[in-house]
Design a protein around this ligand. Sequence first.
Ligand code: NDP
Length: 234
Amino acid sequence: MSRSALVTGGNRGIGRAIAGELSAAGDQVAVTYRSGEPPEGLLGVNCDITDTAQVDTAFKRIEEEQGPVEVLVANAGVSKDNLLAMMSEEDFSSVLDTNLTGAFRVAKRAARGMIRRRSGRIVLISSVVGLMGSGGQVNYAASKAGLVGFARSLARELGSRGITVNVVAPGFVETDMTADLPEERQAEIKKNVPLGRFGAAEEVATAVRFLASEDAAYITGAVIPVDGGLGMGH
Ligand code: NDP
C-alpha cells in the first residue's frame, strides 16, 4: 500500500537515502530541502524547519499533492561543534532549535492527521553521541538526547491511537556532516567502532524503513542503534 511519507532534509546524506528507501518500498515520498535539488521523482518542498509557518505551508502542499503524512521521518539536523568555554549561546540555541524543536514542529503538525486516522509512523533521527556524550558537542548531544525523551513521551501519548514513535541512533556515517573530520580523528573513531568502519547512509535507511513498516507495528518508544557497535546497544 502506498502511503504518504515525509523526510525532512531529504535532499542529501542520510535523509536522501531514507527517502530513496521508502520510495523503493512503494511509498509516495516528499522531502524538505533548503539547498540543492530534491531527489528526482520525489516531491520536493522548500522548507526551513526552524520556521513554524514554513513547516505548515510545506505540510499543506504535501497534503494537496499526496495526502496527509502517514510516515514522518524527522531527519534534518545540524552540528556547530566547539568546547563549552568557546561555544556561544547562539550556537547552543540554534542547534537545539533545528535538531530538537524542529522535530517538535514537524511531529506536532503530522500528529494532527495521524490522530484523526488512528494510525501513523514517526521516526526521529538521533545519534550515538546523544547517549554516549561527545566532547566539543554539548549542543548537538543535548539535542539528540532530547529526541529520546521526546519520542518516548510521544509514544506514550499516541500509542492508543495506533501511532508508533521510535528513534534511530546512527553512529558515524559517511555524509557531508562527517566529511570534514580530520583523518586522525576518523582513524581514532574507527578504532572504537567494533565493526571498524563508518556506516553508509543506506544502512541507516533500511532500519528506518523497517520501523516505518507494518512489520514494526508492535515497536514503539525504542532507540535502534545503527552504529557498528559503538554504543553497544546503549
Ligand atoms: P547532512 O549535513 O549531510 O544533511 C543535513 C540535512 O539536514 C540536509 O538535508 C539539510 O538541508 C537539513 N537541514 C539542516 N538544517 C535544516 C533546517 N533548518 N531546515 C530544513 N532542513 C535542514 O547530514 P547527515 O545526512 O549526515 O545527517 C542527517 C541526520 O542524521 C542529522 O539529524 C544528523 O544529526 C544525524 N546523524 C548523522 C550522523 C553522521 O555521522 N553523518 C551520525 C548520527 C546522526 P540543506 O541541504 O538544505 O542544508
